[in-house]
Design a binder for this molecule. Structure first.
Ligand SMILES: C[S@@+](CC[C@H](N)C(=O)[O-])C[C@H]1O[C@@H](n2cnc3c(N)ncnc32)[C@H](O)[C@@H]1O
Length: 274
């Protein structure tokens, strides 16, 4: 390892120990920040919950989730990602609440009826045997436990060449719509409580296409500014399609009456903003 890399790692470890890293601004680009906030802030996560982060990658979101619950298990099929996740959480004050497994979820052998919440940030679209994975989730989630997923949709991008480039770059098996992901989860036995597009605006589309075509990243101020714009535009833009879809579902409780959505009917529409 070079001296520069060693210094960077030491600083990251120090910031992790001080609880300054990871934070919401460090989970990735402005899209990843908005995705995390949108998925987690309305999840109803509680202090005593046991959580699964499916396809946790390098475990930044896993670490963040651990601040707000009792235990988080991060599972990822990539050995290098799990190695990074373990390395990055070594100095975390919440490391005792974290467990990382390198395995496809369906082979991880996790206990039945165990998890209160499952999060996954843009993972399902990469899984070829998705129905097998969903069946495994139906086994390991507690009755009444909840799923919170984002999936790639690219529903506002018309240029097929751009979509194919994204598919190839990121090994995407399937792009979802609010309807198609809802059907997959329903077929696996979950009650879908909401399913709606995010990053619905022309701004989101243009910024996302720019990243596919030419890459590039913003400094922190630029990232904060773009995050705010993406969030505002999402709230003002009632479009039936977006760059991603957010879906939440629940494992039914045996013999319980089917839950009725309380505040609004299940729909492809975005939730009302307070
Ligand atoms: C696009 S990455 C997302 C990583 C992370 N969630 C994030 O938002 O930065 C998708 C991840 O899913 C993992 N993955 C794919 N299929 C999986 C499976 N069957 N079980 C567990 N992880 C899987 C991949 O290794 C990859 O790290």
């Amino acid at each position: 390892m070079t001296t520069k890399a060693r210094i960077k790692r030491s600083l990251t470890n120090l910031f992790t120990w001080l609880r300054l890293h990871p934070n919401r601004w460090s989970v990735g680009n402005a899209f990843k920040v908005h995705e995390y906030c949108e998925l987690v802030d309305r999840s109803g996560l509680r202090r005593d919950d046991v959580v699964l982060d499916l396809g946790c990658g390098q475990g930044l979101q896993t670490q963040l989730l651990a601040w707000d619950c009792a235990k988080v298990v991060g599972v990822d099929v990539s050995p290098s990602a799990i190695e990074q996740a373990r390395q990055r959480s070594r100095f975390s004050p919440v490391r005792s609440r974290l467990q990382f497994y390198c395995s496809p979820l369906e082979e991880a052998g996790l206990p039945s009826d165990h998890f209160d919440h499952v999060f996954s940030f843009c993972v399902l679209e990469h899984i070829p045997n998705l129905d097998v994975v969903l069946a495994e989730l139906a086994r390991i989630v507690k009755p009444g436990g909840e799923l919170h997923f984002t999936v790639d949709s690219l529903g506002t991008i018309a240029d097929q060449a751009v979509i194919e480039r994204h598919r190839a770059d990121h090994f995407v098996i399937e792009y979802f719509t609010p309807q198609s992901i809802r059907e997959r989860l329903s077929n696996a036995g979950f009650e879908v409580t909401e399913s709606y597009p995010i990053f619905t605006s022309p701004l989101a589309r243009d910024e996302f296409v720019k990243r596919i075509v030419s890459g590039g990243s913003l400094n922190l101020l630029g990232k904060i500014r773009l995050y705010r714009e993406l969030r505002r535009e999402d709230r003002e833009n009632a479009s039936p399609a977006g760059i991603m879809v957010l879906v939440r579902a629940r494992k039914p409780v045996p013999n319980a009456r089917r839950a009725t959505p309380i505040s609004r009917p299940m729909s492809d529409a975005k939730p009302a903003v307070a």
